[in-house]
Write a protein that binds this ligand. Structure first.
Ligand code: ADP
Length: 167
């Protein structure tokens, strides 16, 4: 018997350390397809501490998406399929930048399907101008004091600037 899931409700999981124009681009596209999207900031205790703490990442995402109806943001630690079940979400949303992303995404999507057969993974492609933007590049440019205004929305750029002044 298929599980009851809402296919108009998508989870958009990731590290978002920090949230970029690439992420925003995917969200804007996805809002044309889904009624509700939860940006799920994955808390990975195994990984070393990120640039921003998970709660800070959430707060920045909220500031970048406050004008978008239907978007919510939360942190989550654990198995994503369990969270999707609890929330009744029918879709996992992932973005694709380049062919290189595909191998990992393909394996994740199959693993998640084994764990939750009624949860569909949906991939969206970003626009060309955001295809090279990644959180890793943002962290590198930030480390060396470069201009980030083309990579991240203003609230994130300001938070990065404040971080630089602190350190
Ligand atoms: P993860 O840590 O799981 O790689 P990220 O925080 O980097 O997650 O990204 C979350 C999701 O957003 C992933 O599906 C990733 O492929 C996608 N994404 C990140 N940057 C871009 C971009 N520039 N264009 C399209 N999708 C992107």
């Amino acid at each position: 018997m298929p599980e009851s899931v809402d296919t108009r409700f998508a989870l958009y999981p990731g590290s978002f350390d920090p949230f970029t124009y690439g992420h925003l681009d995917i969200l804007e596209r996805a809002l044309r397809l889904f009624e509700r999207i939860e940006v799920t900031v994955a808390v990975n205790t195994g990984k070393e501490a990120g640039l921003f703490a998970p709660e800070e990442r959430c707060e920045l995402i909220r500031r970048c998406t406050h004008h978008m109806d239907g978007v919510s943001t939360t942190t989550f630690e654990g198995l994503l399929v369990d969270h999707a079940r609890d929330q009744g979400a029918g879709v996992l949303l992932r973005g694709l930048r380049q062919v290189k992303d595909f191998d990992y995404e393909f394996r994740m999507a199959f693993a998640n399907r084994k764990l939750h057969p009624d949860l569909e993974t949906v991939f969206l492609m970003t626009s060309e101008q955001n295809a090279f933007v990644s959180s890793t590049i943002v962290r590198d440019v930030h480390r060396w004091g470069g201009d980030l205004s083309k990579f991240v929305p203003t609230p994130v750029a300001e938070a990065l600037e404040a971080k630089r002044e602190q350190s």
